[in-house]
Design a protein around this ligand. Structure first.
Ligand code: PLP
Length: 387
């Protein structure tokens, strides 16, 4: 039977197609952090967030296997029921020590963690001040919290200051990504800290793209000095999966009691925790320090080369390199031609990015070589000439 809901779905899909925003799934066979295979074609993969190339490391795989053999494939229950093992608590202490925070609380995905943390920290009487380009999970968390939600222009601390000084709310929370996921630029962290201190706001930083890949030992960009709480994900540079809150013991205890996704979702599987544990050891090693230096250098090289082709790259200072093309269909076409040339660099369109800023989101990782990037730049230059 065709219900009115079916009809509405059909018409919404027509709208999505007409706007050039259709998204489709395809099977990608990841061969290594550097290479993947689609429809039998081998491609250099510039699309993953596996920044340190850890997701296929033998150390992480061994960690996942060891914890699976010891604890099984599922955690059995939510964390407050019987889903918290002694090993999981030890891992939280290990993560807190690595990151330099008083406490860590592992949740499920980073997305769910943001939803839960923000909606627990902010309530009806709170006003949230959020960067316009924050990750979707922060925005959804803000909406879910029923707090007043004010968005300031991207990294515009003047705008933030005006909004915050005009606010009469007693409870204020500032939320920002550290590294912006579609632009690769970094939030004005010192200024945010200053504004938060002056206005008595709680500062929440999402360090999804900083964790593991920036800072000494891969600690990331958020610290106990520059924020009140941090979200880290294990899904990106850590090479595994999941979200983690870093803050004080008091905030941790509060979330254990109020964060809905923490309370009502089954604890992370042991395999993931085992992989994360191995990843933390590895990220603190000299080998990874060297890999971070390589990635940083490679990112600078790629950025300069893409800019000198005449593309706009925004204010990227990290391994996330936007190649801004503007028109969504044209962006998809460039991505398709790169695919033909043997590179996977995905087109990102509205509503993920603002209207008129469709782009390739090129993400480099430590497994890429200088030659990979040089060949990519050559391909991009050829495509640009053809247009
Ligand atoms: C990816 C991402 C998340 C979500 O984390 P997952 O672990 O992938 O669910 C949250 N915030 C930012 C900024 C992200 O880029």
């Amino acid at each position: 039977m065709i219900t009115p809901v079916h009809a509405a779905i059909r018409s919404r899909m027509e709208e999505i197609r007409a706007k050039g925003r259709l998204r489709t799934l395809r099977a990608v066979n990841r061969i290594s952090p550097r290479e993947c295979e689609i429809d039998g074609r081998r491609l250099i993969d510039f699309s993953s967030n596996d920044y340190m190339g850890l997701s296929m490391r033998p150390e992480l795989i061994a960690g996942a296997v060891a914890w699976t053999e010891r604890f099984g494939t599922g955690s059995g229950a939510s964390r407050l029921i019987s889903g918290t093992s002694a090993a999981a608590l030890e891992l939280e202490e290990k993560i807190a020590a690595w990151k330099g925070f008083e406490s860590a609380l592992i949740l499920s995905s980073g997305y769910a963690a943001n939803l839960g943390i923000i909606s627990a920290l902010a309530n009806k009487g709170t006003t949230i001040f959020a960067d316009k380009l924050n990750h979707a999970s922060i925005n959804t968390g803000c909406l879910l919290s029923q707090a007043e939600f004010r968005r300031y222009r991207h990294s515009d601390t003047g705008h933030l200051r005006r909004l915050i000084s005009a606010s009469e709310a007693e409870l204020k929370l500032i939320a920002s990504d550290t590294v912006f996921s579609m632009d690769g630029d970094v939030a004005p962290l010192e200024e945010l800290r200053l504004i938060a201190t002056e206005s008595g706001a709680f500062l929440f930083l999402d360090d999804a793209h900083g964790t593991g890949v920036t800072g000494k030992e891969g600690k990331g960009l958020a610290t106990p000095e520059n924020c009140d709480a941090e979200l880290a994900t294990f899904s990106k540079a850590v090479g595994a999966f999941g979200g983690c809150l870093l803050s004080t013991g008091e905030v941790r205890e509060y979330l254990i009691n109020t964060c809905s996704p923490f309370i009502f979702s089954t604890a992370m599987p042991p395999s993931t925790l085992g992989a994360v544990s191995a990843a933390v050891d590895l990220l603190r090693s000299e080998e990874m320090e060297e890999a971070r230096r390589h990635l940083h250098e490679l990112s600078g090289f790629a950025r300069d080369a893409v800019c000198s082709l005449g593309y706009e790259c925004g204010n990227s200072v990290t391994m996330i390199l936007p190649v801004i093309i503007g028109d969504p269909l044209r962006t998809v076409e460039v991505s398709r031609r790169l695919y033909d040339a043997g590179f996977l660099a995905l087109a990102v369109r509205p509503p993920t990015v603002p209207e008129g800023t469709s782009r390739l989101r090129v993400s480099l990782n430590a497994a890429h070589t200088r030659e990979d990037v040089e060949r990519f730049i050559d391909a991009l230059a050829t495509i640009k000439k053809e247009f």
